[in-house]
Design a protein around this ligand. Sequence first.
Ligand SMILES: [Zn+2]
Length: 207
Amino acid sequence: MIIFGTRARTLVPKENKSYDCDYCQTKGSVTFAFIARYFHIFWIPVFPISKKGISQCSHCKQVLYEKEMSPRMKQDYANASASAKRPITHYFGLFIIGLIFCTVIYGITTNSINESKYLAEPKVNDVYEIEKNGSYTLYKISEVKGDTLIFKPHNMVAEKYTKLSELQKKHKNDYSEETIKFTKSQINSMKESSKSDFGKIYSIKRE
Ligand SMILES: [Zn+2]
């Protein structure tokens, strides 16, 4: 069960000034109050929705919504509204979403920078995630000879890409003793094109 919806909070202008009443002409009898609504999930604020206010005259008891105010009162309303700030916590969810977004972008960028580096300077024990003929497996570098990379393929094959991490964890050392060779240019074509005859490189891991 997810509990979500809108909640409201009363805002009081910081400078609790009073203003003149247009109706009964009393000086300094009008104050403003504001209601700030926000969207919540499990009572945690996610994002702000609306902020509405009213004027109240302590003398003639007139209460007005913004649309009913005279142009002069609307100016007072705007001033009071500017000093009745919504708490920053109403933006909490947006902040979290932004943080997650930045983390993901950072991860993708770092990963792609690292992979370019691994491609340019391959090292023994780098693990390549490979797709070939619709299934997935791992190739581990066992030797680098100039422009030729010698790999040991993993003994197992996964039906889904997401299962590869399981191979990596549970069958970490289960690599074949038979080797396969690729030139660096073949490796580059496997990284760039999914139509390569040798398969496609999904990603490169280095411990
Ligand atoms: Zn009044």
